[in-house]
Design a protein around this ligand. Structure first.
Ligand code: ZN
Ligand code: ZN
Length: 115
């Protein structure tokens, strides 16, 4: 059985979205990282441009990139409404868990997919 989020926390202070999983694991994703990993078709197509924009310094006058809100989609995913107006990305739990940037998960992924 794949783990599901027990708790999803948006921490404004350090710009991270934290997930507490049903198996006890904790993941912390920076907003910028998550936005860059948006799984929707539009972002997939314009990935190079996205990277450029997201990699640069925040543009003056723009709101900082952050989720305005996050909503559960059924029992399998979470939809994030970003402050840049984008909201078509549906992040499935499995996808999110696969993105977990912690040392343990990174190491596990390297074992599964040797470069
Ligand atoms: Zn997108
Ligand atoms: Zn992890």
């Amino acid at each position: 059985m794949s783990p599901t989020p027990k708790k999803i926390k948006l921490a404004a202070g350090n710009s991270t979205l934290a997930i507490h999983w049903s198996d006890g694991h904790e993941s912390a994703y920076s907003y910028r990282f998550l936005r860059g990993k948006c799984p929707c078709a539009t972002c997939g197509e314009s990935a190079p441009l996205q990277d450029q924009v997201l990699g640069g310094l925040p543009i003056l006058g723009q709101k900082p990139l952050q989720p305005e809100r996050a909503e559960l989609v059924g029992r399998y995913a979470v939809q994030i409404y970003w402050s840049d107006g984008h909201s078509s990305g549906i992040y499935t739990f499995q996808y999110l868990r696969g993105l977990c940037p912690c040392a343990d998960c990174t190491a596990a992924r390297e074992v599964e997919n040797p470069a």
